[in-house]
Design a protein around this ligand. Structure first.
Ligand SMILES: Cc1cc2nc3c(=O)[nH]c(=O)nc-3n(C[C@H](O)[C@H](O)[C@H](O)COP(=O)(O)OP(=O)(O)OC[C@H]3O[C@@H](n4cnc5c(N)ncnc54)[C@H](O)[C@@H]3O)c2cc1C
Ligand SMILES: *[C@@H]1O[C@H](CO)[C@@H](O)[C@H](O)[C@H]1NC(C)=O
Ligand SMILES: *[C@@H]1O[C@H](CO)[C@@H](O)[C@H](O)[C@H]1NC(C)=O
Ligand SMILES: *[C@@H]1O[C@H](CO)[C@@H](O)[C@H](O)[C@H]1NC(C)=O
Ligand SMILES: *[C@@H]1O[C@H](CO)[C@@H](O)[C@H](O)[C@H]1NC(C)=O
Length: 519
């Protein structure tokens, strides 16, 4: 809103003030007639592909009024999906595909759930096992807590160990998630976009969940038991974000706790993002790395000044655009940009080593037999680390996903903060027929922040008094939380900014919830 008002003010001033050249110039730029707008999206992950899809629905080619948009999507990889991607088990697609990055989403992730319905993709659980024994919390010597696979018995055990904290926390979580869902999803056309992360936090009622560590928020502010926070909550934060509760903010902990009972897309979550991209009508350039973006000023056929952007790829090709959406973490994009605020509040990302193994597990590592071994082991974090060699957990999670009856082999996925060495793996497996390693810059370090300026900027350039064109950083919001769903929400906000900027002098069709019903 701030930007709309100041643009309006500039217009009025230009009309009433006598003759200053600068004002004349501004008036010319602002009153340029609607024409085709060219948009570049950099990044073909959850954020970039959904941005292309929302964009098509915001400015449909069939609309009788409004702005025409043409979209180009640049993706460095030769595939769409980014951090949502699969690998064939044992390099053999016949044995199934396996999620290497983002695996799960929840019922309340309405964009993803809606997408699977619309695109006729099936939902599936996370594991394909003939047995399911659930979670074991491993401190290096013992399982502190363990599920049995029997739901009722497991709930009883949870209540026995964590007591009233668990019930109270469930209600607490439910109310926060409901409030978030209300604010985020039930807004219609009149939702004003946010131009900075701080405004978003206010809009979504999240400020108090991002300015404190989870342990402070849960133990000190809300009086939850230490055992509950350091065992159960921390298990969730370690499994989701590889980060302990004394480091990560409370929103990170709440999102992690909400992740139980989750879904995945049969055949791979990346298909959602492929569908977003294919259905957007964008010109998709795979294997195309953007190396620089710079602003320029053009004069159009009517003699109006237009501020726009040159996007250059590694092979030296230039494209000129009215808006550019950067839909990748900035530091991983490696793009040269002359924009002064581009390095505001940079955030380090947490490294996650993913190791996928096909092999025969050695359950004696955990003092167990094959049929008493939990199917998901999560190691304890700070301060419960004294039973690990040098106080360091060799891994964060050890999850059994699949069983091959004919060979007696399991497919196991492990997350760790350091690469798993062969000798470490040999302690966990009797034999291995396949080991696949991948290092991700997985998600931001989700530490709390106090000051507004500690968030990266959403507007990197433009969208100001002089110009309704500009460059947006879709992944700015990822510094608060990193999930596939929230990336599709951040991208929807970017498209709302474009509507806010481009639909002032011309009546665009309603955007609604972005799904293209134009209601
Ligand atoms: C191991 C792991 C587990 C995870 N688990 C979950 C989970 O269970 N559930 C969940 O919701 N989230 C999970 N996440 C987080 C989730 O993956 C991310 O929040 C989300 O996928 C980010 O999407 P994005 O589009 O913003 O970024 P990305 O998926 O990273 O997409 C950015 C794209 O931009 C491209 N790109 C970058 N620079 C350039 C350039 N210069 N030119 C052209 N292209 C460029 C990249 O190649 C990439 O494809 C997990 C992440 C990891 C790594
Ligand atoms: C999901 O799709 C339905 C029907 O197409 C639509 O009414 C609803 O608003 C969508 N929900 C969200 C959160 O986009
Ligand atoms: C979804 O499941 C149905 C029924 O099992 C199957 O026929 C269909 O092919 C599946 N769709 C996809 C996209 O996998
Ligand atoms: C976080 O914000 C809340 C609400 O504004 C405030 O009460 C609390 O003191 C803040 N915490 C810190 C550590 O500043
Ligand atoms: C690029 O933008 C800056 C303001 O951020 C401006 O000073 C400069 O003149 C612009 N360059 C061109 C070529 O338009």
């Amino acid at each position: 809103m701030r930007i709309v008002y100041s643009a309006l003010l500039a217009c009025i001033l230009a009309l009433i003030l006598p003759l200053p050249h600068a004002a004349d110039y501004q008036q010319t730029v602002l009153s340029a007639p609607p024409r085709e707008k060219r948009v570049a999206i950099i990044g073909g992950g959850a954020a970039g592909t959904s941005a292309a899809f929302w964009l098509k629905n915001a400015f449909p080619a069939t609309a009788k009024s409004g702005v025409r948009v043409s979209t180009t999507l640049y993706e460095r990889n030769n595939y769409l999906g980014g951090r949502s991607t699969v690998i064939p088990i044992k390099d053999d697609p016949e044995l199934g595909l396996f999620e290497l990055g983002a695996s799960i989403f929840i019922e309340r992730n309405y964009n993803l759930i809606n997408a699977t319905r619309r695109f006729n993709l099936n939902l599936t659980g996370l594991t394909e096992l003939p047995f399911e024994r659930g979670l074991g919390i491993w401190d290096g010597k013992d399982f502190l807590f363990e599920e049995s696979g029997n739901k009722y018995w497991d709930v009883a055990k949870l209540l026995w160990r964590y007591g009233y904290s668990l019930i109270r926390f469930n209600n607490h979580l439910e109310s926060i998630i409901n409030r978030f869902a209300d604010l985020v999803y039930h807004g219609k056309d009149n939702v004003s976009p946010f131009y900075d992360v701080d405004t978003a936090l206010g809009q979504f009622g999240l400020e108090t969940l991002l300015n404190e560590t989870s342990s402070h928020y849960l133990e000190k502010r809300h009086g939850y038991a230490g055992l509950f926070v350091h065992e159960l909550i921390q298990t969730a934060t370690r499994a989701n974000y590889g980060q302990d509760v004394h480091l990560l903010h409370s929103f990170g902990a709440l999102v992690s706790m909400a992740a139980s009972g989750a879904w995945a897309t049969e055949g791979g979550n990346y298909q959602i993002f492929e569908q977003f991209a294919y259905r957007s009508g964008a010109d998709i350039k795979l294997g195309s790395t953007v190396v620089s973006i710079h602003n320029t000023t053009e004069v159009d056929e009517n003699g109006h000044y237009i501020k726009n952007y040159v996007v250059t790829t590694e092979d030296g090709t230039d494209g000129v655009y009215d808006a550019v959406l950067l839909a990748s973490p900035m530091h991983l994009a490696g793009i040269d940009m002359p924009f002064p605020n581009a390095d505001q509040a940079p955030r380090e990302y947490h490294t996650v080593h993913v190791t996928v193994i096909a092999g025969v597990i050695d359950p004696s590592y955990f003092g167990r037999t094959a049929d008493t071994m939990p199917t998901l082991v999560v190691t304890t974090g700070d301060p419960l680390t004294s039973n690990f060699e040098n106080g360091e957990q060799p891994f964060t999670t050890f999850g059994i996903h699949k069983y091959f009856e004919d060979t007696g082999e399991y497919v196991v996925k492990m997350f760790s903060s350091k690469a798993m060495s062969d000798s470490e793996l040999d302690k966990l497996f009797i034999s291995r027929s396949w080991t696949y390693r991948k290092e991700w810059q997985a998600f931001p370090k989700l530490f709390p922040v106090i000051e507004a300026k500690e968030w990266p900027p959403v507007v990197l350039h433009g969208f100001d008094d002089d110009s309704n064109n500009g460059v947006l950083y879709v992944n700015a919001f990822e510094s608060c939380i990193s999930t596939m769903e929230t990336e599709t929400l951040a991208s929807k906000n970017a498209i709302r900014i474009l509507r806010d900027q481009w639909c002032q002098d011309t009546s665009c069709v309603p955007f609604g919830d972005g799904w293209g019903d134009n209601v």
